[in-house]
Design a protein. Structure first.
Length: 417
């Protein structure tokens, strides 16, 4: 049979600015290896088609190397990259992500595109990532040839303090309802806590849920830097060589808790001055008011004690996690799906201590790690965790055992006959 494997995502195909982008890019980049683990894919004529919303090629959020990597992976698997029109002018990732009106339009545009190519295939499997493409089945109601897996990376009832409103909940309800009516459709869960949320908060039946657990592609080009490249990246940021480094990274949004980290660190400096804080906080999808607030908070720290980085650098986490001065890694999220940053830490860090907020997804990832310290979602609790971490020596992070190849191959085994 001629099979179309379609991957639709707003990030990860022509840019990498979010955790969704890392997952999508990892899946596409490693698809040839995942394919080799699936008898169904191996014995059929497969085309990998990636579908992304239009992005202006002059946008600061456009990454030509990511687009080239996507096209290369598609060609290797007899497919191509397709850009689709949406309500966004493609000027930024924030515009592409958009709002409920954009999500409906993007799903409709995706459905129209699939209708135009479905005649080429005996069967189509669509992997629709996140809210923006959640309504694909809603607009493809009569196309039984198309089997859909919707993989939400955020949910309105979890991300209620960020881009969540009544309209989003309506969209999620419509998406789940339309997928539930089609026998061959499923919802992919990215972590156990998300699975529980989908079951308990959204009433999704267990038989409609299959695992597509977040992981990274360990053989990605992003993670194969020479010693010289790692040194050059660190040198570019002019980080002190005589300080212990505390590192946290993620989008500059309230969700990630940078407003908790900065005051806790300020208290630590009042007692010890042998630390330097590095915050990688890309602002491509951030609210200007929160950015201004964080900048003000940073201004209250002693001069030279912090390196704030507001533009995403996909190689910096790997380089810094391998640095000999790394001492603490902080994950202060208020809510998450199944975050990539601690997965990167588990995979690549040298000796370090992990400090993490007491939310289920982080606890799920880190509770068995001897170098991990949990704290409450407030600066005093984080400060106490910092003091505890300072007194601990030589804790080695337990390495992540799986890769996206293992996790997605397992998910595919539920999907394919």
């Amino acid at each position: 049979m001629k099979i179309g494997i379609l991957v639709a995502a707003h990030d990860g195909l022509q840019s990498i600015l979010t955790g969704v982008g890392v997952i999508v890019n990892s899946f596409v980049e490693s698809f040839h290896e995942i394919r080799n683990k699936s008898l169904f894919l191996m014995k059929n004529d497969i085309e990998l088609i990636c579908i992304a919303p239009y992005i202006d090629k002059s946008s600061k959020d456009y990454h030509p190397n990511v687009r080239e990597s996507t096209i290369s992976a598609c060609k290797k698997n007899n497919g191509c990259l397709i850009e689709i029109p949406t309500l966004s002018d493609g000027s930024s990732q924030q515009s592409i992500w958009g709002n409920p009106l954009q999500w409906r339009n993007a799903s409709s545009s995706l459905a129209t595109t699939i209708m135009s190519i479905e005649g080429k295939y005996d069967q189509i499997y669509l992997f629709a990532h996140d809210t923006i493409f959640s309504l694909a089945r809603y607009y493809l109601n009569e196309f039984d040839k198309v089997k859909i897996v919707w993989i939400p990376h955020s949910l309105g009832k979890v991300f209620e303090k960020e881009h969540a409103d009544k309209e989003r909940l309506i969209i999620e309800k419509d998406a789940i309802s339309s997928l539930s009516k089609n026998k061959g459709d499923f919802i992919g869960y990215i972590g156990e806590s998300f699975k529980q949320t989908l079951e308990n908060e959204y009433s999704v039946k267990k038989e409609k849920l299959i695992p597509f657990i977040n992981e990274i592609y360990l053989d990605s080009k992003r993670y194969h830097l020479s010693i010289e490249e790692k040194r050059r990246i660190i040198t570019n940021y002019n980080l002190p060589k005589d300080k212990k480094i505390i590192f946290s990274w993620g989008r500059c949004v309230p969700q990630k808790g940078f407003d908790l980290i900065i005051p806790a660190y300020r208290n630590l400096l009042n007692k010890y001055d042998d630390y330097h804080l590095v915050l990688l906080m890309p602002i491509e999808t951030s609210d200007n008011n929160y950015i201004s607030f964080i900048e003000k908070e940073l201004g209250d720290l002693p001069s030279g004690s912090v390196t704030p980085i507001f533009k995403f650098d996909p190689c910096l986490p790997y380089a810094l996690l391998k640095n000999k001065n790394i001492d603490m890694l902080i994950f202060a999220s208020r809510f998450e799906g199944n975050p990539l940053t601690p997965i990167e830490a588990l995979s690549f860090s040298r000796e370090a201590k992990i400090l993490y907020s007491n939310i289920p997804p982080l606890n799920e990832l880190l509770k068995e790690n001897e170098g991990a310290i949990q704290f409450e979602l407030n600066p005093p609790s984080l400060y106490e965790a910092m003091l505890k971490a300072r007194s601990l020596k030589g804790l080695i992070i337990r390495k992540s055992k799986n890769s996206i190849i293992d996790n997605y191959a397992k998910g595919l085994s539920y999907l394919f006959p």
